[in-house]
Design a protein around this ligand. Structure first.
Ligand SMILES: Nc1ncnc2c1ncn2[C@@H]1O[C@H](COP(=O)(O)OP(=O)(O)O)[C@@H](O)[C@H]1O
Ligand SMILES: C=C(OP(=O)(O)O)C(=O)O
Ligand SMILES: [K+]
Ligand SMILES: [Mg+2]
Length: 577
């Protein structure tokens, strides 16, 4: 059957092949990871030092040592995804992507390799910390591992941005504020540490603040009442005792509302621009932009990247201010993805609102087809302890249940003693929750709102919606998508299908960007103009590698510009012979 949709697009249905098991009972596969069984033991008695154990991790390490994966000239396939597929089968593949912040506790080649084996899809470098040289070494090590060891870890830099915080005096790492104590907040520099004095990094920090306002540190670590304003300095009385951590952040409140102030601080400082130039020259894949307040700042960076031959770098806006929440939709529309940066968000909005805001952001991102990372304090206690709290496990599960594309570790991997173990906890909790929500949502296809306006975009979108419905109903083993820039793969991912999506692309930047997309395993391949040839060659290749086997059923989606005039869009169901 062939349906001609317009002169330039053809939607073809190739004759369907009898399915191995058309009424496949998914629940059988769901519980192939038995309920109450442990995937990875979190029991510290069985864990020595930082290492964690699981059959899968061992298998990846073995493949890696033997270098069996040898990156083929024809096709690049992440060694971790490949081993996961061999060991666990299609439905056992993890869908939620994992981001790790790299810091002093995980920056050696060996430590980075362990994180890659442990499922790190994206390495994040927080430019607030570390020297340029340190970041350079980390980026080069990751590229080396990708090239030589068959990983596909994308590199993301996270800008420092201009934020008002307490200057680190080099005194004790945290200062205690006692109830009733009187403190001076000043932007004046002073040497060493003065008792009851906190230095702000920006002289306009007290702009628009009046006596009676409440000063809150780090979203609730301590609170003060402003009792006197002397020039730009503020004399404050501690009303809620607590701690100043290094770089503690301020927020001011009046009658229960955040005092919004228009600092003329740029979203990207001159240091940020220098870091971005450095990132471009080192071939990074993603930029996370801190303290985005409006869509224009994102557009500005994207324009800059375009005019500097770095269009392929994807820009993620971090939602971490009240301003960004007020302009959420327009920011998401112009960005290539979003980070729910709960750390700083918790300074500007009451903590109890964060779960709702997170749900809202993940929902809008999915509607608008933008990948979303849920970040900060997911497993905070694991910075110090080898096991997560029950509440942390519930928080991670909730983010997975909301279908976030990715979860992020910050201090847990950067400075924690159990970074690899924290990563394994994310892996296991997300795998478990994915299987659970898969069962919970069975039969209820989530209809996404219309995205595109042009006929071509509308067709691509409808094909992907329909393809996912078909893949779920038929119980196919996998979805293969042939995609130029990753658009079709993202539209499939947006529908959160049960089977894993294998996205074949010839564009290396699309390949690295797809690392952030829920349920997508990108494969880099030299695609030709002949789509049938692409499909049969890649299926043969996967068959030879024994990652797919005789009898597997695959739903194939393609969107490929054949010539300037025609686009070939199709859905086919293939049975591997
Ligand atoms: N490159 C680095 N070098 C040194 N320390 C780092 C680095 N990256 C992160 N850290 C440490 O890890 C902690 C958690 O990281 P992150 O959440 O990204 O930063 P922040 O706490 O500044 O928001 C930081 O507070 C810092 O102590
Ligand atoms: C991820 C965040 O940003 P950073 O760690 O750079 O402060 C956050 O605030 O949650
Ligand atoms: K940052
Ligand atoms: Mg932040």
């Amino acid at each position: 059957m062939a349906i001609a949709s317009d002169s330039s697009s053809t939607l073809t249905f190739h004759n369907s092949i009898p399915l191995k098991n058309p009424n496949v009972n998914l629940s059988k596969q769901v519980f192939s990871l038995p309920l109450f069984s442990r995937g990875v033991s979190w029991n510290s008695r069985q864990l020595k030092g930082k290492s964690f154990d699981s059959g899968l991790v061992r298998a990846i390490a073995e493949v890696n040592t033997k270098k069996e994966h040898k990156t083929s000239d024809f096709l690049r396939f992440d060694v971790v995804a490949e081993t996961e597929l061999r060991e666990r089968g299609f439905l056992g593949m993890r869908k939620t992507k994992l981001v790790c912040t790299i810091g002093p506790e995980c920056c050696s080649l060996e430590e980075l390799e362990s994180l890659a084996i442990g499922g790190m899809n994206v390495a994040r470098l927080n430019m607030c910390h570390g020297t340029r040289e340190w970041h350079l070494n980390v980026i080069r090590r990751i590229k080396k591992l990708n090239m030589e060891r068959g990983f596909s870890v994308s590199v993301m830099i996270d800008t420092e941005g201009s934020q008002i915080h307490v200057v680190d005096h080099g005194a004790s790492s945290s200062l205690k504020a006692e109830e009733g104590s009187i403190w001076l907040f000043t932007a004046e520099k002073f040497e060493g540490s003065l008792p009851f004095t906190a230095q702000a990094n920006y002289e306009g920090f007290s702009e628009a603040i009046i006596v009676g306002d409440e000063l809150v540190i780090d979203g609730g670590m301590a609170s003060f009442e402003v009792i006197e304003k002397i020039g730009n300095d503020l004399r404050c009385k501690c009303t809620d005792p607590g701690l100043f951590l290094p770089r503690a952040k301020f927020s001011f409140w009046r009658e229960g509302k955040l005092v919004e102030r228009n600092y003329e601080l740029p979203t990207l400082s001159s240091k940020d621009w220098a870091d971005i130039k450095f990132g471009i020259s080192e071939g990074i894949d993603l930029i996370a932009m801190s303290f985005v307040n409006d869509a224009d700042s994102v557009k500005h960076l994207k324009d800059y990247l375009s005019t500097n031959s770095a269009k392929s770098i994807r820009v993620l806006a971090k939602i971490e201010s009240l301003n960004s929440l007020q302009k959420l939709k327009e920011i998401i529309e112009v960005s290539d993805g979003i980070m729910v940066a709960r750390g700083d968000l918790g300074v500007e909005i009451p903590l109890e609102q964060i779960p709702i805001v997170q749900q809202e952001i993940t929902h809008i991102c999915r509607q608008l087809n933008k990948p979303v990372i849920v970040a900060s304090q997911l497993l905070q206690s694991m910075i110090e302890y080898p096991t997560p709290t029950r509440a942390e496990v519930a928080d991670v599960s909730e983010a997975v249940r909301q279908y976030a594309d990715a979860l992020m570790l910050s201090g847990e991997s950067a400075i924690g003693s159990y970074g690899q173990k924290a990563l394994s906890v994310l892996w296991m909790v997300s795998s478990r929750m994915e299987l659970w929500s898969h069962e919970e949502n069975r039969g209820s296809i989530l209809r996404e709102s219309q995205l595109g306006d042009s006929l071509h975009d509308r067709i691509a979108e409808e094909i992907c919606n329909f393809a996912v419905e078909m893949a779920n109903n038929l119980g196919v083993d996998a979805i293969f998508v042939y995609t130029n820039h990753g658009q079709m793969a993202s539209l499939l991912s947006r529908n959160r299908p049960y089977p894993p999506i294998f996205a074949f692309t010839g564009d290396s930047s699309a390949y690295m960007a797809l690392n952030l997309r829920w349920g997508v395993t990108p494969l880099l391949v030299d695609l030709s103009d002949d789509m049938e040839d692409n499909i049969s060659k890649t299926i043969d290749f996967m068959r030879t590698k024994r990652v797919i086997n005789e009898g597997d059923t695959i739903l194939v989606v393609s969107d490929f510009i054949r010539t300037h005039a025609t686009t070939f869009q199709s859905i086919q169901v293939k049975k591997v012979v």
